[in-house]
Design a protein around this ligand. Structure first.
Ligand code: PAF
Length: 275
């Protein structure tokens, strides 16, 4: 149904943008949809809470589900088609495909969430084949995810453009995320320390080494009640390999994952030092 509708639109020369989401939409998603609407004739937004990318079943269980509100937001953003399939439709059989793009998918999130990027590639490759978009829009909050998807697109020889879109932040600086709704108002306040510290570290980095900067960020965040850093890696923005010196690369990014609260919510963010 989706395929045939899109095939006839494509035949009549319409360009297609795809915004893949897992629902629980917020202003960050809205910015992707608005950009796609601006750059394409047709914008398809998928809403699918993909079970194969969750290595922690509790995380999947408590992931917010807000389909009615999501549809209202998408209507206000003028998305053309909302595609919200069931798990059975997407995975009539278990997906046994293995995607492996080291080191991009094996460091940071890849090391801490085994199987996560394999699941992301499974669903995103399926969405690409259903929709065959000209452009696909992803938020830079999931910085590593974009790098992995780029590798997959190259590997599969797909002819589409990946469009990374800037992180949208709450007034406090906290990166918008569907998981933020699981935080109490106090935790939200505390979590704003993550970006405040990353922003502060940009200045600090001017007079300190990579190692010192990394330590400063970890210490400062861990010193905040209710926050615990899982990892902070300062990497080359393309290869995602650790850099030892600021001069090692023209594109240097700090990627962080922090647990917030006692039923910990996992939050990720990043900052660009160079590039
Ligand atoms: O970034 C997300 O929300 C998900 O990883 C994605 C790309 C929609 C795949 O399920």
């Amino acid at each position: 149904m989706l395929r045939s509708e899109l095939a006839s639109l494509r035949q009549s020369g319409k360009s297609i943008g795809l915004v893949p989401t897992m629902g629980a939409l917020h202003e960050g998603h809205a910015s992707l949809v608005k950009r796609s609407v601006k750059e394409n004739d047709i914008t398809v937004v998928s809403i699918f809470l993909n079970p194969t990318q969750f290595n922690d079943q509790n995380d999947l269980k408590r992931y917010p589900r807000t389909l009615d509100a999501d549809c209202a937001l998408l209507e206000s953003c003028k998305a053309s088609i909302v595609f919200a399939p069931s798990v059975e439709e997407v995975y009539p059989e278990p997906d046994t495909r293995q995607f492996s793009y080291p080191p991009t998918d094996s460091v940071m999130e890849g090391a801490h969430r085994p199987g996560h990027f394999n699941g992301v590639c499974q669903i995103v490759s399926k969405l690409f084949s259903y929709v065959e978009p000209d452009r696909a829009y992803f938020g830079e909050k999931d910085f590593q995810q974009i790098a992995v998807i780029r590798r997959m697109v190259e590997d599969l020889g797909l002819k589409l453009q990946i469009v990374p879109c800037p992180v949208v932040r709450e007034a406090s600086g906290l990166a918008m995320s569907s998981r933020n709704t699981l935080l109490t108002p106090e935790q939200r306040e505390v979590a704003s320390k993550i970006y405040a510290t990353l922003a502060e570290s940009k200045d600090y980095a001017k007079g300190h080494s990579v190692k010192e900067t990394r330590e400063m960020v970890i210490q400062q965040i861990n010193a905040t009640d209710g926050l615990e850093v899982e990892y902070y890696s300062i990497v080359d923005g393309l290869t995602l390999q650790d850099v030892e010196e600021w001069s090692d690369s023209d594109d240097v990014v700090g990627c962080i994952t922090v647990y917030c609260g006692d039923k910990p919510i996992r939050l990720i963010d990043h900052i660009r030092y160079k590039g």
